[in-house]
Design a binder for this molecule. Structure first.
Ligand code: MOS
Length: 745
């Protein structure tokens, strides 16, 4: 019997490497003859760079070169970038999702003398050591013409431009709102957040002739390869991007940032490998953020709580050098049944670095407003907030007008509310007490679209008894190495210890971004296909003339527990390959979504129940308990899957209680470090009880997995704010919640 490994709690196969420090992260690599790059950031947020005085820096110890606008090459124009008009061609990176060459910021480094945000690179010093490069970078003197900055969304009346990416309208939302008996019209805001992954962004670039190799902390080796090939005008086969291990990204490492391009140019100029590791401060300016947002929610219901109208209009900031739209409200037309819905997004240019995807982009922000508004509506209706949601369950996707592939939100409500003890809730504000503390209970729904992309993989059954699986995706810390090994183990019966997984190299068969919670659903079918092909190849070899099973039909052979059998003779694949004097039997396969996407709407749902405790005597607010039930289809590895949800819940506590990237009126960030940018730490983290429903979604892929990285953060900020209201009677519509908000009379 083949032991089933899919669906079992499986420790990370790369755990030991990580614990012993052997896992090689981008900045861990050191190449012969390597030198160091240190970027010079702009100290102003808006204006013009009039000139650089480089003399002192050039004479500093160890300095080899300084790259800047004056000597930066004219990089290859992008011919097939529809986003670039002809006039702009020389000045923009390619950046398209479909062509898999999207970058974080479309402006190429140093392309004009404009300063668009604090920390924008104005030069990079190359020196023999990191310390010399950094010291010399501080000696670079810049002359600026300072313009008045737009320091953020909340400092401008600019209405921005319509984005339209996720705009939706159905029915007559305005008419239905006006006629409704119970309604709510409120505005919700969220501060800018920064990803602050533990591992800094880093690039090591190395040219051999016209071949570029770059080590990068990236969530997409293939995307970065394609983008670099376009920018440098070389074929993608001549670019290798390597990211064996990544210390998280949360979206900030999906798309290449300017430091990588400057590092590659610097390596070309000095003819040596160049290593650039960004500082934490630079990570705050130049590597994306979740943009600040303002959301105008108007929702209305009849007296029984049936939703009659939802209007969800949002604004997000973007930079002056790219057009990022936060797809706020993408779930709004789908989560609840409602005939009259409109959703719109506008983006407003401010002097901040370009925003990017940050864990569950759009949905996290949107669900804060929607799930807060649902709570407020329930109070207006004098109805339990869970009951209000039950009355508006969507039997099918009301936006796509498709049946759900599987919507188990009701089971999530039942399971989580029971475990939490929700039926013990006294709805009276401030009525639940424990000594000095006032207890607040709140809930919110979670949701995230299930996405799947295309992927190739290669599997080798080897004469040494090992199975090697290779795929050009990467493991950002979520456990992709392990689920790839589980897939190959499940199909071959070979134990995990003898499965070797190679990821994080763009020379491997092309794999997907590690983003959008789509890696598992995308990669597994390709790995399975390649494994089956390798087994097929083994059978063909086994029945060839002179081979041990010569004369048999390949189809008649059974492959089980790593061995081939015809009923009388059984040989392990290692024995067989050894007899054949062959090194391996290999298979390669690709997999992509098919017609199922026209037949079903694929989306995951869940519910969070949160207890907060407010001690008014000492003004202390704590999240005391979180109980969540999430449906992600089948959990391929319940250990790492639950770990993802727990981590996402903690990150949601960050939005609810702590995280805000703060700018002064000149547009300079003043909390650009771990000491001042507050993320939840152990002392903040309560008991988190996560259950994953086991409801495989076989419409989505043969393994029934929908992905798990992001859903856990959605709805969390609202669940906290709703609990805070229940404890204190203060409705906080501005994230993060500040203690001062609760102290006001
Ligand atoms: Mo996630 S924001 O797609 O890395």
């Amino acid at each position: 019997m083949t032991e089933t490994v899919i669906g079992h709690r499986t420790a990370r196969i790369d755990g030991e490497l990580k614990l012993t420090g052997k896992a090689d992260y981008a900045a861990d690599h050191n190449l012969p003859n390597q030198v160091y790059g240190y970027p010079v950031p702009s100290t102003i947020a808006c204006g013009k760079l009039l000139g650089l005085d480089l003399d002192e820096a050039r004479q500093a110890p160890g300095v080899i070169d300084i790259v800047h606008r004056g000597n930066f090459p004219q990089l290859q124009p992008s011919d097939n970038n529809p986003a670039c008009g002809a006039a702009a061609r020389l000045y923009r990176s390619p950046s398209t999702m479909g062509e898999e060459n999207k970058v974080g910021e479309v402006r190429l480094p140093f392309e004009d003398d404009g300063i668009h945000y604090e920390g924008q690179y104005i030069a990079m010093v190359i020196a023999d050591t990191f310390e010399h490069a950094r010291a010399a970078a501080r000696l670079v003197k810049a002359r600026y013409e300072v313009h008045e900055a737009v320091p953020g969304l909340f400092y401008t009346d600019d209405e921005g431009e319509e984005a339209g990416d996720e705009a939706v309208s159905r029915g007559d939302p305005a008419g239905a709102f006006d006629a409704a008996p119970v309604k709510l019209d409120q505005t919700y805001t969220i501060a800018m957040e920064t990803h602050v992954a533990m591992e800094m962004h880093a690039s090591i670039a190395h040219w051999e002739g016209d071949r570029l190799t770059i080590y990068e902390s990236t969530q997409g080796v293939v995307f970065q390869r394609n983008a670099l090939a376009q920018i440098f005008g070389i074929p993608p086969e001549k670019v290798t991007v390597i990211a064996h291990y990544i210390g998280s990204g949360f979206g900030s490492k999906l798309f290449m940032w300017p430091h990588a391009v400057i590092t590659a140019v610097a390596a070309q100029r000095v003819g040596r490998p160049v290593k650039t590791v960004l500082s934490r401060q630079q990570n705050f300016c130049n590597a994306g953020n979740r943009p600040a947002s303002r959301q105008h929610m108007r929702i209305a219901a009849d007296r029984d709580g049936k939703l009659l109208s939802i209007r969800h209009d949002s604004y997000n900031e973007t930079s002056f050098v790219d057009e990022y739209t936060e797809s706020i409200g993408s779930g709004t037309p789908r989560v609840y049944a409602c005939d009259n819905v409109s959703v719109s997004q506008r983006r407003v240019k401010v002097n901040h670095g370009t925003p990017t995807s940050m864990r569950a982009p759009g949905e996290v922000s949107g669900s804060f407003a929607l799930e807060s508004a649902m709570d407020e509506l329930a109070i207006a209706l004098d109805m339990d907030p869970l009951e209000l949601r039950r009355r508006n369950f969507a039997d099918r996707d009301p936006s796509a007008d498709l049946p759900w592939s599987g919507n188990h939100l009701r089971e999530c409500w039942d399971d989580a509310s029971r475990r939490f003890g929700w039926d013990q809730r006294n709805p009276q504000v401030g009525s639940m007490r424990d000594g000095h503390e006032i207890i607040g209970w709140g809930m919110a729904d979670a949701t995230w679209e299930a996405m799947r992309s295309h992927c190739s993989a290669r599997v080798e059954l080897r004469a040494d008894g090992r199975v090697q699986v290779a795929c050009g995706t990467q493991d950002i810390g979520t456990g992709t190495y392990t689920i790839v090994a589980q897939t190959a183990s499940e199909l071959t019966g070979v134990p995990l210890e003898r499965i070797e997984v190679k990821l994080g190299d763009s020379m491997l068969p092309a794999g997907p971004l590690s983003g959008g919670s789509m890696a598992t659903a995308t990669v597994m079918p390709a790995v399975a296909g390649a494994t089956r092909k390798a087994i097929e190849r083994l059978k063909q070899l086994a029945v060839a003339e002179g081979a041990p099973f010569a004369g048999k039909e390949a189809d008649a052979l059974e492959f089980e527990n790593g061995a081939l059998s015809d009923g009388s003779q059984t040989l392990s694949f290692a024995e067989l390959l050894d007899k054949l004097q062959r090194g391996m039997a290999e298979g390669e396969a690709s997999a992509a979504p098919g017609e199922e996407k026209d037949k079903f709407s694929f989306r995951s749902f869940g519910a969070h129940f949160v207890e907060v405790r407010w001690d008014p005597g000492i003004s202390r607010l704590r999240v005391a308990r979180v109980v969540s039930t999430i449906d992600i289809g089948r959990a391929i590895n319940p250990l790492t899957a639950r770990n993802q949800v727990e981590g996402a819940i903690v990150m949601g506590m960050g939005m609810g209680l702590f995280e805000a990237t703060e700018y002064d009126p000149a547009g300079n960030i003043y909390n650009n470090n771990y000491a001042d940018y507050i993320v939840p730490v152990h002392a903040d983290i309560p008991d988190i009880e996560v259950e994953l429903l086991d409801s495989p979604d076989y419409n989505f892929n043969e393994f029934g997995a929908r992905g798990v990285g992001e859903i856990g953060i959605t709805g969390m900020a609202a669940a906290i704010a709703n609990a805070v209201y229940h404890a204190t009677g203060k409705r906080i519509r501005d994230m993060p919640i500040k203690i001062a908000d609760l102290m006001e009379p």
